[in-house]
Structure formats: C-alpha cells, structure tokens
Design a protein around this ligand. Structure first.
Ligand code: UDX
Length: 441
C-alpha cells in the first residue's frame, strides 16, 4: 500500500459518507462509495445527490464520469479496491431509549471484515459511545482472514448545509489510533488538509470517540444556555437577542451558537447528548453529565413555548384556525427533518385542531414521509393565504427577507410568531402585525 495516496472506500453514503466520498475525489483520491441501499447507490452512480446539500451536486456532476469515483453495493469489491476504509453509517437513537442504535456500525464491520485479505486500515467516522471502537476492533479481528488489518477512529464534525466546506477544510482532524502505521495512513488519507495547516490531534480510541460527543454536548449546552436566558428575559421584559449580542462580544464567550429561538434538532445534537447520558450511566459517571438532561429539557420547552405564543394570538384555541408554518427542515440549507423542531411544533398544532399549512423550500418531500397527514404547499404565498397566524420556524433566507407589507396582503390576520428571532419587531409591528418571539418583548 502506498502511503502517498491510499485508495479509499466510504461505507455508508448518507449526508456524511456521500460528501466525504465526493470531496476526496475532488482532492485527488481514488474512491469507491458503498451503500446497502441500491436506490441510493443507483442515483449517486448517475451523478444525482439523493438529498439536499448545497455545493455537492455541482461537485458530483463534475466527477460523474471521473474514473477515480465509483459506487457499489458489494463489500467484496470495496475490500478489493481500497487501502483505507471509512465507516460512515448512521447511529440513530434507539426507539424508546436514550442510547445509540449501533446496528448499522456493527453490520458494516461484520460485512466488510471477512473480505479484508490484505493490509488495510478501517476508520470509524460514525459518532459512537465511548468503548465502541475497542469493541469493533475485536469484532473485526475475529472476522478478517489476515492479522494485518488495523482500526482507527476519526470523528467527523461536518455541519449539514456546509458539509462540502467542512469536509474540504476541517478546523481540526482527530486521529484515534493504536499504532504509528495507522497514524501515517490517516496522514496520507488527509494529506491535502494537513498541507493547508489543519491541526491534527493524535490520540487513543476513547478520547477520539469522546471528542465528538463532548463537542456536540458543548454546542447543545451553549444553545440551551441562551434559550434559558430567553425564559428569564420573558419574565423580566428583557430582549434575549440584545443580551446574546452583548455577552458574545466577550471573546471568551463568542457570538456563535448563541442564537436563541426554537432550539436545536437534527440527526446529531439531540441524539448525541441522549446517547452520552446513557453511556455515562453505564460507565457509572451519570452525575458528570446530568446537566445534559437539563439542556435537553430546556430545548424541548422551547417547542412548548412556541405553541403558547401562537395560542396567545388565536385567543386560546387552535381549533378552526389556519396556521401557516414556514419551515420543516431542522435548520436552513438542509432538507433534513430528523428531530426537526419546526415539524414537531406543526404536528402539535394540528393535534390541537389547527389547520396547518407548511411550506419549506427543500424539505417538503422528507417532511411528508414523516407526517403524511399534514398539508404541504409549494410556495410561501400559498402557505400564507388566509392564515390566522404565521409561524416562522426555520430561518431560511426566503423567510428572513419577507417584507411585512407584502406578505401582509396574503394572510387573513397579521399575526406572526418569529420562532427564530430573525425578524425586526419594530418593522413588523409598524406594518400592522402582532409580533411574538421567544425571549423578546
Ligand atoms: C452538528 C454539529 O455542529 C456538527 O459539528 C456535527 O458534526 C453534527 O452536528 P448539524 O446537526 O448539521 O451539525 O447542525 P448545526 O448547525 O450544529 O445546528 C444544530 C441545531 O442547532 C439546528 O437545529 C440549529 O437550528 C440549532 N441552532 C444552532 C440554534 O438553535 N442556535 C444556534 O445558535 C445554532
């Protein structure tokens, strides 16, 4: 195997894996992408990205006929082809439990290992509870026909919506390894990033696993902190957006991840903090992370509070009202609706008897799969038509830039809940709207 340019496989072609595969080709590597989902692989092979991620379709189109990129559903083919294998499968929350469901990770190792007949490095990128890498190493060793296969853990920090940028120019690389050889292989696999000065932290498996959950726990805590302050602001008449701006100027605090509102969702933050709570319990250190329960609760309270703000505008009952919900994705620039606060609020209003009409620029298809009973429309205007309350729940640019006078012509009543604190209350009130927001007068 050359340490110059190892050949790569990417196992699991979701948001993380597909982006990783295409970006590594862009950076000059030979890559094979594998997924057990034949439809997904078929679409990728045709040059089609099966989800919304800005910048990725252009990059995939650029490399659609590049011989350095191919897709397969065969583990045998991937094992034959690559020197370094990246495991990028999902680790969702188990149904009815806090812990992570590791069945896809286990399946990837179980399926790949028997085909690894020459020296190779397998690299876990999936977010897993501490101790998983050590377990996967044992599992892998029991199944590979050669002793020459090693494991490394390399957590991924990419944000959806910015996945291409985050993959090509990460702010750090974390290599959890057991040998110099594994470190050198990873250095070769990330050479372009290292050449541009990306810091590399070389560590053991457990630390590498923990870096990811610690980072996401910190980010979730920061968001819930400002949202807890929003609750206090409501009780005092203060404005949480001005408060966040003021404290954020302290460089030790910083402005990022201090945007108050409906709170965090998505496929990572919520399930990662819950899995961390579960794992800490198993390790006997539950007290160390018990604050994360509070972080989760503050976050979920934001959804309940948003419902109350809307209720206030319809005189105490949603029954018989028409509610325009703007946004279904868990955040803008993504079509991901996993644990989406916007969709959760929309479904709650519908359960309370409101006629909910949802518009999202990119997430309608995914939202319909999760909540087929809700009404979805294809444009902002259609959603607004005759609405008693307009609820901005995901801060897409299209919603942030709404002109209150213009959109006021479509609605039935000029009532707005700004669930993401992105509109100018003065401007909206001046245009005759009743404006409500979380933590703002
Ligand atoms: C996150 C981490 O940022 C990333 O490093 C990790 O690899 C995966 O999990 P992602 O889930 O794509 O990424 O979204 P992120 O941009 O972190 O936002 C998460 C949620 O927090 C969104 O629902 C967003 O709306 C919310 N959020 C974010 C806030 O409510 N306030 C903020 O200030 C920032």
């Amino acid at each position: 195997m050359s340490t110059q340019r190892p050949r790569l496989s990417v196992i699991g072609t979701g948001y993380l894996g597909a982006t990783h595969a295409v970006c590594m080709v862009e950076l000059g590597y030979e890559v094979i992408g594998l997924d057990v989902d034949t439809e997904k692989i078929g679409r990728l092979a045709k040059g089609e990205v099966p989800f919304y991620e800005p910048g990725l379709p252009e990059l995939l189109t650029k490399h659609a006929t590049n011989p350095r990129l191919r897709f397969t559903t065969s583990y045998e083919e991937a094992a034959e082809f690559a020197d370094v294998h990246f495991i990028c499968v999902g680790t969702p929350q188990k149904k009815g439990e806090y812990s992570a469901d590791l069945r896809y990770v286990e399946a990837a190792f179980t399926s790949l290992s028997p085909h690894l007949s020459r020296k190779a490095l397998v690299v876990g990128k999936s977010t897993v509870p501490a101790g998983t890498a050590a377990r996967m190493e044992k599992l892998m060793r029991s199944l590979t026909p050669t002793k020459d296969v090693e494991l490394a853990w390399n957590p991924e920090f990419l944000r959806e919506g910015l996945a291409v940028q985050d993959t090509m120019h990460p702010d750090r690389l974390v290599f959890g390894v057991n040998s110099d050889w594994a470190e050198q292989q990873l250095r070769a696999a990330f050479a372009p990033m290292i050449e541009e000065g990306t810091p590399v932290i070389v560590t053991d498996f457990a630390t590498a696993e923990l870096v990811k959950v610690a980072a996401n726990s910190f980010l979730a805590t920061k968001i819930s902190f400002i949202n807890a302050m929003a609750e206090v602001c409501e009780a005092t008449g203060a404005d949480v957006t001005a408060l966040a701006d003021a404290i954020g100027h302290d460089e030790r605090i910083g402005h990022r991840f201090l945007r108050s509102g409906l709170g965090f969702g998505g496929g990572c933050l919520p399930k990662d903090i819950r899995a961390f709570i579960a794992r800490a319990g198993e390790l006997g250190v539950d007290q160390a992370v018990s604050f994360l329960r509070e972080v989760d609760e503050i976050n979920l309270r934001r959804r309940a509070r948003t419902l109350e703000l809307g209720l206030d505008l319809v005189d105490g009952t949603y029954r018989g009202t028409r509610i325009a919900v703007l946004g279904a994705a868990f955040k803008p620039n993504s079509d991901d609706v996993r644990d989406s606060p916007a969709l959760d609020v929309a479904a709650s209003i519908e359960r309370r008897g409101g006629d909910v009409v949802i518009y999202d620029p990119h997430a309608i298809e995914n939202a319909r799969r999760v909540h087929p009973g809700l009404i979805y429309v294809e444009s902002l205007e259609e959603a607004l038509l005759g609405a008693d309350v307009t609820m901005l729940l995901t801060e897409w640019d299209e919603f942030r830039s709404m002109d209150p006078a213009v959109v006021g012509k479509f609605v039935g009543q000029r009532n707005i809940v700004d669930g993401r604190n992105v509109l100018d209350p003065v401007r909206w009130r001046r245009a005759g709207w009743r404006y409500r927001a979380l933590g703002r007068p």
